[in-house]
Ligand binder design. Structure first.
Ligand code: OFO
Length: 169
């Protein structure tokens, strides 16, 4: 059985993961407006990953005999409109999510829930991967600057990303 404090922390994180999907859906639409379909694909995969992250925790809380308490998802706000500005926001957001996963692990540690800690290890590794992927795209966008041809090459690269349903835990 999961401790109440940890159950609440998991429910909060489920909200954050689903908010991430919402944020990336907003960004996907922004790239569709720009006709950058490779970026659209990249965000499409990102949305599915976030939904899988949220559902992984959702299933875990139930598996541990906990209660799911869903709360309202905030309206996402874009801080910029260019590909570079959008990716700066993605990186900032992923760094925030990493800090929330760390905080969730702190609660698991505090409540001496080793099973939850071991489950959350997957999320920690996933955050390292996410920050690195996003950081890579951001670095390329910085190099590209105003070069439209180079932007189209990156767009083509991002069209190759595929969604592989993650095996969580
Ligand atoms: Fe769920 O990893 Fe991004 O937010």
């Amino acid at each position: 059985m999961i401790n109440e404090k940890l159950e609440k922390a998991f429910n909060d994180q489920i909200n954050k993961e689903l908010y991430s999907a919402y944020l990336y859906l907003t960004m996907k639409a922004k790239f569709a407006e720009m006709n950058l379909n490779g970026f659209v694909n990249w965000f499409d995969v990102q949305v599915k990953e976030e939904q899988a992250h949220g559902m992984g925790m959702y299933d875990y809380v139930i598996e541990r005999g906990g209660k799911i308490e869903l709360s309202a998802i905030d309206k996402p706000e874009l801080k910029g409109s260019t590909p570079l500005e959008i990716f700066e926001q993605v990186l900032e957001h992923e760094e925030y999510v990493t800090s929330r996963i760390n905080a969730l692990m702190d609660v698991a540690e505090e409540t001496k829930d080793r099973a939850a800690l071991s489950f959350l290890d997957w999320y920690l590794k996933e955050q390292v991967e996410e920050e690195s992927n996003v950081g890579g795209v951001l670095a390329t966008l910085k190099l590209i600057g105003d070069d439209k041809k180079a932007l189209l090459i990156l767009d083509k690269d991002l069209a190759a990303r595929v969604f592989n349903p993650p095996v969580i835990g």
